[in-house]
Design a binder for this molecule. Structure first.
Ligand SMILES: [Zn+2]
Length: 331
């Protein structure tokens, strides 16, 4: 049994977050710094190194696991650009982290590691688990028969860019009608602003007066019964249901988990999607599928990253015990 800590990192377009998972399952230290996303890869790597230095100062470290947006090849090099970090493609992220921390490091796509974290938090019990995270974009991951589905350069499950409405809303990827253009946090805010003219509600007035509207404002208004918020939520839930309906036909999960920052306010989203999905896929694909809210909120990626590193050193039982203790504290 190890007594050194496992570090988990979540490199995002807005911040680089990390935590230190001790061998007894405690998260003993957290660190976060803003990502200099438009300043180039070297500036982002300097921030990654600073977060690692903060987390390493408190004692020995065994491994570092890290999630990044974009695609990662099997050697841990960023192979596909992340839309939200400029100049990220080509960075040898695994080597940079290993060098900064002085221990082995493991790098995967952030959606895949969030799926791993939610799987771990459920005691690795689900046989086929699909995780869909709604945040600044839509990230996803799929674990089946004990393995994370990565595909070439870990690009599998880029589900946000599945087109659910041909010729629909413009997406940042250049296509039209992607699910992400309807159900990411910023998209939910933009839809509220666009629909506001047809409504005379507090949310519509705020949107028309130029206030900044994101998913959070929409869901705060929804909780008060705002009709514009209801319409926006219905639009997002419908797009998400189309997306997940298609995913069920492809992947046959037993469990679908919705997570990410949007879920913090969207209390009815899981139930609404579970109700609508059967309209978008053949009956046997949705029968018996469990729809659940993420247990770990936005921590799924960090726990997944830390445990993914730990999984290279621990046996199955040790890993399950560590995951159980950590998840208990994080929930
Ligand atoms: Zn797209």
């Amino acid at each position: 049994m190890e007594d050194r800590a496992y570090l988990g990192l979540d490199i995002g377009g807005q911040s680089v977050k990390g935590f230190r998972l001790e061998a007894d399952g405690r998260v003993s230290l957290r660190a976060a710094m803003a990502t200099p996303a438009s300043s180039g890869a070297d500036a982002v790597l300097a921030v990654v190194a600073a977060v690692l230095a903060e987390l390493s100062g408190q004692g020995d470290v065994a491994t570092v696991g890290a999630g990044t947006p974009g695609g990662v090849d099997s050697s841990g090099r960023v192979a596909v650009d992340a839309a939200n970090i400029s100049g990220w493609k080509g960075v040898d992220l695994r080597s940079a982290i290993a060098k900064a921390a002085g221990v082995p490091s493991y790098v995967r796509n952030d959606g895949n590691l969030a799926a791993y974290g939610e799987w771990a938090a459920r005691g690795f019990a689900s046989r086929a688990l699909l995780f869909v995270g709604l945040g600044t974009g839509i990230g996803a991951g799929y674990i089946a028969d004990g393995r994370m589905l990565g595909g070439i350069d870990d690009k599998a499950l880029e589900m946000g860019h599945v087109i659910v409405y041909p010729e629909g809303r413009r997406c940042a990827c250049g296509c039209a009608g992607c699910a992400e253009a309807y159900a990411s946090g910023p998209s939910i805010g933009r839809i509220a602003v666009e629909m506001a003219r047809g409504f005379q509600t507090p949310l519509a007035r705020a949107a028309l007066s130029g206030s900044r509207i994101n998913a959070r404002e929409v869901y705060e208004a929804l909780a008060k019964g705002d009709d514009l918020a209801k319409a926006v939520h219905a639009t997002a839930a419908e797009a998400l249901s189309r997306l997940i309906g298609q995913a069920l036909a492809f992947l046959a999960p037993d469990t679908v988990i919705l997570g990410g920052g949007v879920l913090a306010g969207a209390t009815s989203l899981v139930a609404d999607v579970a109700e609508a999905v059967p309209s978008y896929v053949y009956p046997a694909a949705s029968a018996g599928v469990r729809f659940e809210k993420a247990l770990l909120g936005s921590e799924a990626g960090l726990l997944g990253a830390a445990l993914y590193g730990a999984s290279t050193l621990l046996d199955r039982e040790e890993l399950r015990e560590l995951a159980g203790k950590a998840a208990e504290r994080l929930r």
